[in-house]
Design a protein around this ligand. Sequence first.
Ligand SMILES: NC(=O)c1ccc[n+]([C@@H]2O[C@H](COP(=O)([O-])OP(=O)(O)OC[C@H]3O[C@@H](n4cnc5c(N)ncnc54)[C@H](OP(=O)(O)O)[C@@H]3O)[C@@H](O)[C@H]2O)c1
Length: 210
Amino acid sequence: MSRPRVTVTYAQSLDGCLAAAVGAPLALSGPESLRFTHQLRAQHAAILVGIGTVLVDDPQLTVRLVDGPHPQPIVLDTQLRFPLKARLLRHPIHKPIILTGPQASEPRRRALEEAGARVVRAPVDAQGRLQLKTALGLLRSFGLESLMVEGGARVITAFLAEKLVDRVAITIAPRFVGGLRAYDAPVLLALQDVRYQVLGSDVVVEGKLA
Ligand SMILES: NC(=O)c1ccc[n+]([C@@H]2O[C@H](COP(=O)([O-])OP(=O)(O)OC[C@H]3O[C@@H](n4cnc5c(N)ncnc54)[C@H](OP(=O)(O)O)[C@@H]3O)[C@@H](O)[C@H]2O)c1
């Protein structure tokens, strides 16, 4: 395969929301499903989020709730908006890989590399977004065979719309939010080999995509 195996995973409300609004993060997973997410992290070579998630959540993307290796963090960030104070720059093992566009500022690239990131330029599409297929090919060429995509909404939508997903694991928390929906485009896909687990008060739905 010319790209890593891709698992999309996130937590949503009953009405399909990831957060109350962009910029208003919401802890949706209970402790049991959060532990499941950390198990999944430990089973993947790399973990990817969009810059929107870094700016709002400042995630660590490490494995803390179970024993296991930390995946390599990857961020999609066309303009290098990645903050120099982001917690990902203090990762215990890996330099975060920031995939950026051809036009991103060279001084900013140097500043981020001095702060501990590895910045890799990749081509963009007609909308100015990173070309996911090429980006995934690059990650595979770095030896990364599996990738967990953890959000946010735009990144999840892009991976599903471009059919670059092999498997999903979605935590559904028993609440309504009426906020930022996981998909902002029509996505007509059905899961195969579906498995349901009740973890605390959440349900985790897992399945493969053809
Ligand atoms: N509940 C959960 O499990 C969960 C998980 C993660 C995040 N979240 C929430 O999701 C929200 C953030 O979502 P978001 O949609 O604003 O941001 P996002 O999906 O994290 O990041 C989107 C950004 O990534 C960059 N990007 C570059 N290439 C892309 C491509 N090919 N496709 C898509 N994006 C690309 C774009 O910014 P540039 O143009 O600047 O490159 C784009 O605006 C936050 O509120 C966070 O709390 C929830």
